[in-house]
Ligand binder design. Structure first.
Ligand code: ATP
Ligand code: MG
Length: 355
């Protein structure tokens, strides 16, 4: 049996590993800092739980394998500049942007994009880190060290943040989940609902956008596309060539989770359309200590990542899937009492958007 090596051993790698049992696959997440000598066989497959990585002893070994699925794509999507160029070339709507070069002045950005401009580091940003707002009213300048290291984006007055998560296999067949409706607070995903009625009208548009991108890259596996919704239009915020936090609800709410789909695609197993079991809600656990009582909340499917708890760090998530919205709401309210105060906003948002 060939092994599927996963570059990276965070929670995404762990969930890929857990999904392997149902498929009888041997999946091995590898910590990028590990000093292991890996015994990679010629027929083995390599995938990644992250879009970029430093050169280390193991990343060099994994990169050398000829079956590293999507290998050439990671670098192009991990850099926001090339990612934006790819989207523009494909005519996929994305938030208006400008490159920030040596000669670029804040003034140019205000003229091109408006009074509020968001600088985003080209690489390495996540969970809202690596971002810097510029405001014309304050005469803000581009900070030291950001030239050539970021792109500039227009501030989008979005009504919703949604994401499209889908899988494409080597034959080019694609399957998409119902769009996720996402709540971000300070740049971090806090909650997701899927499926949501008001997203249905945007499903085809979202599938078309992500499908176009995956086809053009000849991508194999799960990809996620975070979008803003303004009126009836979706606009790409960013794309991740991997399983994604906004798809975690699928562990509970879909017959085939995003992790299982990803493995199926990279291992060349069938990727049939999955049945969505019912309306799902996901609460992300950010920088909060483990609470045993979460597991006593009716319907709560608790995923704890066993990471050291630090402020702002993703340490777990809790899924619910229930077609009885009254029961789902009651469970979310029970959970609210077991979470820090700042979660009231998240639970309110989930409850308000359930129906
Ligand atoms: P992730 O952890 O998902 O990789 P990130 O830190 O890389 O996130 P983005 O997804 O680009 O960064 O931005 C984080 C959040 O900041 C978005 O979900 C959105 O709420 C807000 N945001 C990003 N870009 C814009 C924009 N152009 N206008 C308004 N809000 C924005
Ligand atoms: Mg994001």
């Amino acid at each position: 049996m060939s092994t599927i090596w996963v570059l990276g051993a965070g929670q995404l790698g762990a969930m890929l590993h857990d999904a392997a049992a149902a498929l009888d696959l041997d999946v091995r997440p590898i910590d990028i800092e590990s000093d292991q000598q890996l015994e990679i066989k010629e027929a083995d497959i390599v995938t990644a739980e992250r879009e970029q990585w430093p050169e280390t002893l193991v990343t060099r070994q994994l990169s050398a394998n000829s079956n590293f699925v999507n290998k050439a794509i990671f670098g192009r999507l991990a850099d926001r500049l090339t990612q934006k160029q790819i989207l523009d070339d494909l005519n996929i709507a994305t938030s208006p942007w400008r490159a920030v070069e040596d000669s670029t002045r804040a003034e140019d950005l205000y003229t091109a994009l408006g009074d509020k401009v968001l600088l985003k580091r080209r690489t390495g940003g996540y969970d809202g880190r690596g971002q810097h707002w510029l405001s014309a009213d304050q005469n803000d300048e581009i900070p030291e060290g950001w030239h050539n290291a970021c792109i500039a984006e227009q501030k989008i007055p979005f009504e919703d943040e949604v994401s499209v998560v889908g899988v494409r296999n080597a034959e080019g067949e694609k399957v998409f989940y119902p769009l996720s409706l996402n709540l971000h607070v300070n740049g971090i995903l806090m909650g997701t609902l899927a499926p949501v009625k008001r997203n249905a009208a945007h499903q085809a548009q979202g599938e078309n956008m992500l499908g176009t991108l995956m086809d053009s890259l000849d991508y194999v596996g799960v990809m996620a596309m975070e979008c803003f919704r303004v009126g009836n239009d979706l606009m790409v915020n960013e794309v991740a060539p991997r399983v994604h936090n906004s798809g975690h609800w699928s562990l509970t709410g879909s017959e085939i989770s995003q992790f299982e789909y990803h493995l199926r695609a990279v291992a060349n197993l069938p990727t049939p359309a999955a049945v969505t079991i019912g309306p799902s809600a996901m609460v992300n656990l950010i920088g909060t200590d483990y609470v045993e009582a979460w597991r006593s909340v009716p319907g709560a499917d608790v995923y704890w990542y066993n990471k050291e708890v630090r402020a702002g760090r993703k340490v777990g998530h809790i899924n619910f899937c229930d077609s009885d919205s009254i029961q789902l709401e009651a469970s979310l309210r029970t959970l609210e009492k077991l979470l820090p105060e700042n979660y009231s906003e998240v639970i309110d948002w989930l409850v308000d958007n359930l129906s």
